[in-house]
Design a protein around this ligand. Structure first.
Ligand code: IPM
Ligand code: MN
Length: 370
């Protein structure tokens, strides 16, 4: 029987539409090769949607997303002067992205940090600092903590304070810890638990519950490391963290961007945002919408295409097809090609690919793979 799936496509803002175009090309290559039927439904989301519909996540989009088997989403955000015109309660970050995460309770965010030594030159670190290369799966809790706590807005200079509460329930921490341990067990690797327990009550509770969960996984070695030290160690000796790393929401937000820096480009950071209990999920690059380079055809579509690979594996159980995409992505670099932001002074101009050319190369490699 033919596999049939419906996919909601949220292109987003800035470079979103151009990197999504390449991603759809790759999806079409997979469906042609294997005879799958993917129904794609585009829907408005993000800052452009606010200006068009008065909301960054309009009801029509919610319905499309509710009904879809999976959701794939580009980055959001327009230049600062445009963003300033949007009232805070309708900001694309809060009323769009955080609302999307909350709606589907996508508490597990997977952000792989992968840099084989063959791509060591991408990193700003010296090669000898990269050990045997980087292969870290950063797991970020995505629907709790300070981003979702109560807020008091400091609306004017007469206000005496502003406030963001950081809240984590036992259930929120336990379900996330379980997913992280299972992932480490599956990969047969260590788990680094990141925290700030020398100051934060939520971190102490977090550690307590991670230690409790650890008892169910005797084969997984867990280390708990303070987040400030992790920031330092990531620069000094990142490969010591090869394996799984677990972060609460805000710490994970910050350090996954730092990891993009280690890779030499945020364009190399795909991600999956899942509720492993319900199976509902959406897929997005971990980076922003880069309005400064939008429309120039130079954005790197790697992270968007990698997010598609995640979708095939995690939402549709198509592991082989997903692996083919990952291999094609790294295969393009192995052939010596670079996107603009990864090109060095020594890279000859024929090897520098536009957004579209990169997508074409990925499709070529997928067609060639038996
Ligand atoms: C991310 C982004 C978002 C976050 C923003 C856009 C709300 O930075 O996905 O990492 O803070 O989670
Ligand atoms: Mn972020």
């Amino acid at each position: 029987m033919t596999l049939k799936k419906s996919i909601a496509i949220l292109e987003g803002d800035g470079i979103g539409p151009e990197i999504m175009t390449e991603t759809i090309k790759v999806l079409n290559a997979i469906s042609e090769k294997y005879g799958y039927e993917f129904t794609l439904i585009k829907a408005d989301f993000g800052a452009a949607s606010f200006f068009k519909n008065g909301h960054p996540f309009p009801d029509a989009t919610k319905e499309i997303c509710d009904d879809a088997d999976a959701i794939i989403k580009g980055p959001i955000g327009l230049p600062v002067n445009e963003m300033k015109k949007i009232p805070i309660e309708l900001s694309p970050e809060s009323a769009g992205l955080l609302a999307l995460r909350k709606r589907y309770d996508t508490f597990a965010n997977y952000r792989p940090v992968y840099l084989p030594l063959s791509c060591a030159e991408f990193s700003p670190l010296k090669k000898e600092r990269l050990g045997s290369g980087l292969d870290i799966l950063m797991m970020r809790e995505l629907v709790g903590g300070i981003y979702f706590g109560e807020k008091v807005e400091g609306k004017n200079t007469e206000m005496k304070f502003a406030r963001d509460d950081c809240y984590y329930s036992k259930e929120q921490i336990e379900r996330f810890a379980l997913v992280c341990f299972k992932e480490a067990e599956k990969r047969n690797c260590q788990l680094t638990n990141v925290h700030k327990s020398n100051v934060l009550a939520t971190s102490r509770f977090w550690n307590l519950l991670f230690e409790e969960t650890a008892k169910q996984f005797p084969s997984v070695k867990m280390n708990s490391v303070l987040v400030d030290n992790v920031a330092y160690q990531l620069v000094i000796n990142p490969s010591q963290f090869n394996g799984v790393m677990a972060f609460e929401n805000m710490q994970g937000d910050i350090l996954t961007d730092q990891a993009g820096g280690l890779l030499g480009s945020l364009g190399l950071m795909p991600s999956a945002c899942l509720n492993p209990l319900t199976g509902k999920g959406y897929y997005e690059p971990a980076h922003g919408s880069a309005p400064d380079i939008a429309g120039k055809g130079i954005a790197n579509p790697y992270s968007m295409i990698g997010s598609l690979a995640f979708m095939l594996e995690k939402s549709f159980n198509l592991k082989k097809e997903s692996d083919e995409i990952w291999q094609a992505l790294t295969g393009v670099f192995a052939q010596g090609y670079r996107t603009k932001e990864l090109a060095g002074k020594e890279t000859s101009s024929e090897l520098i690919l536009s957004t579209k050319e990169f997508g074409d190369k990925v499709v070529e490699l997928i067609k060639e793979t038996k």
